[in-house]
Design a protein around this ligand. Structure first.
Ligand code: MRU
Length: 362
């Protein structure tokens, strides 16, 4: 995608500076576009934990480059094992992290230490390139869902939650890929962007992305989505996901489940876009088996934004003695999911359909 006319990916290697890894620091968006430089595996682990990079596919791609940086410093077996352990412990819910680390380990373990650094950069680059192609395919398969509702030049209203756009992946995004393609095809698409408290990925990141691409959008409070559906103002919901079980249960940003319930009550289709690297074939029951990240209470008790004087300020919005809880994801049962938009096509959210579509990897 482009930022002010310049093509960007969310992560890349700087071969002019000792093969360091460059990212867009997402904690600074939408106020400024800060490019951070990561030079160590520990730096990558911090960037994932502190959410300078976030979104399931980008977390996986970042971890892959974290392994490459570890190999550059020390390509021994012990260093490889340590990198996999440290990076694997950064965030618990997005399965793409474990998927990418397993792929790196499989590629590097059989090699001699002398061969590992180049191979690690190569494998990480392949993960990134494949992510871009995968998301383009997701966009292509999801586009007809929007196009079908655009008959006669009618505006199509899509509601999304959190950020599953190009900066949550390497490029294009998952849930936003069909929207970008619809917009580029001249379809009048408008997006209801839920703010996504507590970290405001919708208000800060999705709105920023859509705005940069010229896509019509309106930010709404998280609590407004159901009301919009009742009024007939939502044609379909498309969200991303951090982990899908083999039975089609979907973990996504906290608040997604409530939108799925409202969508079912109002007959609004509820679609989930994902690359196959987000499917966890080892588990079936999402509620029982997907680990839900519990983040700091301070994300709930405070809000960060730009003050009227232009400075970035964090303010407390909860009484000082009130405790807060912060589960970062929830699970939407497969029965509430209209279907999955994958790189291989549209798929029902159940084990039979998923196994049929992904026979070779299931
Ligand atoms: O906590 P985050 O910002 O890493 O969570 C990301 C999400 O939950 C997104 O909504 C997304 O759909 C998954 S990544 C494409």
């Amino acid at each position: 995608m482009k930022i002010d006319g310049t093509p960007f990916r969310s992560i890349w290697v700087d071969d002019t500076d000792r093969w360091s890894v460059r990212i867009i620091d997402q904690t600074k968006l939408p106020w400024s576009i800060d490019l951070a430089r990561l030079t160590t595996m520990e730096g990558v682990a911090h960037a994932i934990k502190a959410m300078l990079v976030r979104g399931a596919p980008l977390i996986g791609a970042s971890a892959a480059y974290g392994v490459a940086l570890a190999m550059r410093a020390d390509a021994s077996d012990a260093s490889l094992a340590n990198a996999i352990a440290v990076l694997g412990a950064t965030r618990p819910t997005a399965i793409n992290l474990r998927w990418a680390l397993a792929r790196m380990q499989q590629a590097l373990q059989p090699l001699s230490p002398a061969a590992r650094t180049a191979a690690a950069y190569g494998e990480a680059a392949a993960i990134c390139d494949e992510d871009v192609a995968t998301n383009q395919a997701i966009g292509k398969h999801g586009l007809p869902l929007i196009a079908a509702r655009a008959a006669g030049g009618r505006r199509v209203n899509v509601l999304t939650h959190c950020n599953a756009g190009w900066i949550a992946t390497v490029d294009w995004g998952t849930a936003l890929a069909p929207i970008y393609m619809a917009h580029d095809a001249g379809i009048d698409v408008h997006v209801w962007v839920e703010e996504t408290r507590p970290r405001n990925q919708g208000a800060s990141l999705t709105a920023w992305e859509l705005g940069k691409h010229g896509v019509n959008h309106t930010v709404i409070a998280d609590n407004a989505g159901g009301h919009m559906m009742q009024r007939g103002d939502v044609d379909l919901v498309i969200v991303g996901t951090d982990r899908v079980t083999r039975a089609g249960d979907v973990a996504n940003k906290i608040g997604t489940y409530l939108k799925a319930l409202a969508a079912r009550d109002n007959g609004v289709p509820f679609w989930v876009a994902l690359p196959s690297s987000t499917i966890d074939w080892t588990i079936s029951d999402g509620l029982a088996d997907i680990p839900i990240e519990e983040r700091a209470a301070s994300e709930v008790t405070t809000m960060t934004g730009r003050a009227l004087d232009g400075s970035i300020a964090t303010i407390r919005v909860v009484p000082k003695d009130s405790p807060a809880a912060n589960p970062a994801f929830d699970v939407t049962p497969a029965r509430l999911v209209s279907g999955l938009i994958t790189e291989r096509g549209l798929c029902d959210a159940n084990e039979f359909a998923l196994r049929e579509m992904f026979r070779d990897i299931a």
